[in-house]
Design a protein around this ligand. Structure first.
Ligand code: CFM
Length: 529
């Protein structure tokens, strides 16, 4: 039996039948097909989050000038900027509400008699205390179950106060993971915010999509882009704001970092305003170099191209000596990488630069195209769960539609290999024979660790300590263990340093469980010791 079969063998026949489609060992040259974006098995201890997490936590949460009210029990409000570390700071007189957690604190009586009055009261209080220019309301599970009409409450309050108040029906149980919540948030921002501004276009302007400034990643990427000479119109949504998002339609190009969470907006911006999008990856030196060169190739200005090469050379020069040192300490190590829906792929080039081989990998909630590449999209069948999430369509805006290049020129750029409206999946970079599991659970994680013995495990919040207890160091790739940034050239160096420290500090191997050396319980039975 190989490792895959050994793990699957422990399941009963029903679970086996489901899970065998989600676990594959990569065979180079074969069509590696994986099942993804389907319901998790109840009780299996999945690492996934919920629809509310994807909408409120991931996409809406980082918008700093928005007062976001969570409509639901207080527990759901624990999930905020402190757990998903989207950093923000505001400039000028822009208000910053990111560090507040506003909740309607639903009680049993509200569940029985309805919570819409409480929601209105929360809006009134928010206005009285903070006076924001925009409020967003996010629903949690019970709201959908009891049927509070949050959209009616929002519309009434919007009329009363004359500010934008958006409501998102992103109840946790909707869809199969946080992925549905991304989609709901994308729809709301596109319908009500993006395109409502009246700023004039500027030269070399871009939006950075799917970058959430975890541990300051977005700041580091923006620093590099500005150094080259780009004007950043908006970032979606790390350290972002409604004020910026309103004018996102004026950018010449959209750079898409996390495709999984924001592809809907990228597509809609193209249809409605004519803005092309380019897939980028600002994690890892090879990824950044390629992304900067692709972006420069899109604009095709000799000055910008020359500046791009100067910046790359200069930034690499600053970090290379130290990177080389860390590589000597990491070369030949193996890793497991499990993140949500895009980072697993993004980190592979960085690990390769450090000589680390990925032997075990996967996603929590990715769709098949995140594994297999965009070409697979037409063959993905919609199921009842995906149909449950609204998919909106937009039309060309007669006044604001503007294209940077002609269609012929775009085709030429695509033919030259520029990833315009295209992306590869995890398969394009992962090693032959790597084990890949979709929607991984705790049981499989523990079993694969025993069988494949990676030197380091890149994981999440739920599984980090389980992994460490087994004696294997773990670095979180969601929140970076309170560190970061990991994006950009300087971020790559931070990452290399912290991984080197983790791998070479076998702290968890030095600890012995107390029950291994002495009994933890003593007693007597029937007079016998
Ligand atoms: Fe995109 Fe993300 Fe990710 Fe994601 Fe996330 Fe995240 Fe993630 Mo945690 S938006 S899909 S829902 S890159 S919070 S910043 S790290 S699971 S791989």
């Amino acid at each position: 039996m190989n490792s895959r079969e050994k793990v699957l063998d422990k399941y009963d026949s029903k679970i086996y039948k489901n899970r065998k489609e989600h676990i594959i060992q990569i065979e180079d040259g074969e069509a590696n097909v994986i099942a993804a974006d389907t319901r998790a098995i109840p009780g299996i201890l999945t690492n996934r989050g919920c629809c509310y997490a994807g909408c409120k936590g991931v996409v809406i949460g980082p918008l700093k000038d928005v007062a976001t009210i969570v409509h639901g029990p207080i527990g759901c409000s624990y999930y905020t900027w402190g757990t998903r570390r989207s950093k923000s700071k505001s400039e000028g007189d822009m208000k910053n509400f990111s560090e507040y957690s506003l909740s309607t604190d639903m009680q049993e009586t509200d569940i029985v008699f309805g919570g819409d009055k409480k929601l209105r009261q929360a809006i009134d209080e928010t206005m009285a205390i903070f006076n924001p220019s925009c409020i967003m309301i996010c629903s949690t599970c019970p709201i959908g179950l009891i049927g509070d009409d949050i959209h009616a409450v929002a519309a009434k309050a919007e009329a009363d106060y004359g500010i934008k108040i958006l409501a998102f029906s992103c109840e946790g149980y909707k869809g199969v993971s946080q992925s549905g919540g991304h989609h709901i948030a994308n729809n709301g921002l596109m319908k009500h915010i993006i395109g409502t501004g009246d700023a004039e276009p500027v030269k070399y302007s871009i939006n950075l999509l799917g970058e959430y400034n975890i541990g300051g990643d977005g700041w580091e990427i923006s620093r590099i882009l500005k150094r080259v000479g780009y004007n950043i119109v908006s970032v979606m949504t790390g350290d972002g704001s409604v004020e910026e998002l309103k004018n996102a339609h004026i950018a010449d190009l959209n750079l898409v970092q996390c495709h999984r969470s924001i592809n809907y907006i990228a597509e809609m911006l193209k249809t409605k305003y004519g803005t092309e999008w380019l897939k980028v990856n600002f994690i890892g030196i090879e990824g950044i170099k390629q992304s900067l060169r692709d972006t420069a190739a899109f604009f095709n200005d000799p000055e910008l191209t020359a500046r791009t090469e100067e910046v790359i050379a200069d930034e690499i020069d600053e970090i290379m000596e130290e990177m080389a040192l860390y590589k000597t300490k990491l070369e030949g190590k193996t890793a497991a990488v499990y993140v949500g829906g895009s980072r697993t792929h993004h980190y592979i080039n960085l690990l390769k630069t450090l000589g680390v081989e990925v032997v075990l990998a996967g996603y929590e909630f990715a769709h098949r195209d995140d594994y297999e590449g965009r070409e697979v999209l037409p063959s993905i069948k919609m199921d009842a769960d995906s149909k449950n999430i609204e998919s909106i369509t937009v039309e060309k805006d007669p006044e604001k539609y503007r294209t940077f290049h002609t269609e012929e020129r775009i085709q030429e750029l695509k033919d030259a290999g520029l990833p315009i409206e295209s992306y590869t999946g995890l398969w394009s970079d992962i090693n032959d024979k790597a084990m890949v599991t979709d929607d991984f659970n705790h049981f499989e994680t523990e079993e694969f660790i025993k069988l494949l013995k990676p030197d380091i495990f890149f994981s999440g919040i739920k599984d980090k300590y389980v992994v460490q207890h087994s004696g294997i160091p773990s670095r979180q790739l969601h929140s970076y263990d309170y560190s970061g940034p990991y994006a950009g050239f300087k971020g790559a160096l931070n990452f290399a340093k912290e991984v080197t420290l983790a791998v070479n500090t076998p702290a968890w191997n030095l600890v012995q469980a107390p029950w291994k050396s002495e009994p933890t319980l003593e007693g007597s039975l029937g007079g016998m010791e």
